[in-house]
Write a protein that binds this ligand. Structure first.
Ligand code: DX5
Ligand code: ZN
Length: 229
């Protein structure tokens, strides 16, 4: 199977989060929204970095035959380094690790060496200064707009200052880094995040908890486009 590439940095992308889908029918859920999916966002929770447990490499592997989209794996884990190779082998295209756990430089190197697209994530209360030193070495900066661990939480608009700061830094230095937001993204908050400078929008509830996920994903894209300057 030929997988769809990540695409040019900075392009608007919708990344449905399967965390909000029915885990008993994941393959169908993924196929149903395919036409409006740029990246598929896979939320991995270890019950340690966050107070919840979700899925891991076996689920990525099981889903891989059902989608040729870019698999954007968000590793909410204390020790993601132990699993990067397993995710790569399972079919992950990109892996994002959290800056709060430390060891960032070597995690970035390890992910890169495996041929993964590399992301770095920051919680809402983690200042931009913590991720800034790594901007030249990553492909994606994920700025959480909720505290990670659960879907269906409310968008924290006070993170938008950090999004703008990151966008300025990325553009001023022509870094080619995608800026992703994750948590509480819906048709109201998507344009706000895009206007602040985000270009990859993760959405779980706003897509999979809607009666018609494909239409909801389409509406989200339309709303996001309205936020583009
Ligand atoms: C939060 C996860 C998010 C979450 C988004 O821990 O990283 O990806 O699933 O869900 P919604 O869109 O419902 O806030
Ligand atoms: Zn996520």
């Amino acid at each position: 199977m030929t997988f769809i590439e990540a695409g040019p940095p900075g392009a608007l992308r919708i990344a449905p989060s399967i965390l909000a889908a029915d885990f008993g029918a994941l393959a169908n859920a993924v196929r149903e929204i395919d036409a409006e999916t740029d990246w598929l966002h896979v939320d991995v929770m270890d019950g340690h970095f966050v107070p919840n447990v979700s899925i891991g490499p076996p689920v990525v592997q099981s889903l891989r035959p059902y989608s040729d989209r870019f698999f954007d794996c968000h590793l909410m884990m204390t020790d993601p380094g132990r699993y990067l190779e397993a995710f790569k082998n399972a079919g992950a295209d990109g892996c994002t690790v959290h800056v709060e756990i430390g060891g960032t430089a070597s995690l970035i190197n390890d992910a890169r060496a495996l041929g993964l697209r590399v992301g770095l994530a920051a919680n809402p209360d983690t200042p931009f200064e913590k991720v800034a030193p790594f901007l030249g070495d990553i492909d994606l900066l994920l700025l959480m707009t909720v505290f990670p661990g659960f879907g269906g939480q409310s968008f924290m608009s006070d993170v938008m200052g950090k999004v703008s700061e990151a966008r300025r830094e990325v553009d001023t230095n022509s870094l080619g880094v995608d800026i992703e937001v994750d948590g509480g993204i819906d048709i109201v908050t998507a344009p706000v995040a895009v206007e602040a400078g985000a270009n990859v929008l993760v959405a779980g509830s706003a897509i999979f908890s809607r009666p018609e996920p494909l239409l909801a994903a389409h509406a989200l894209r339309e709303a996001a486009l309205a936020g583009r300057r």
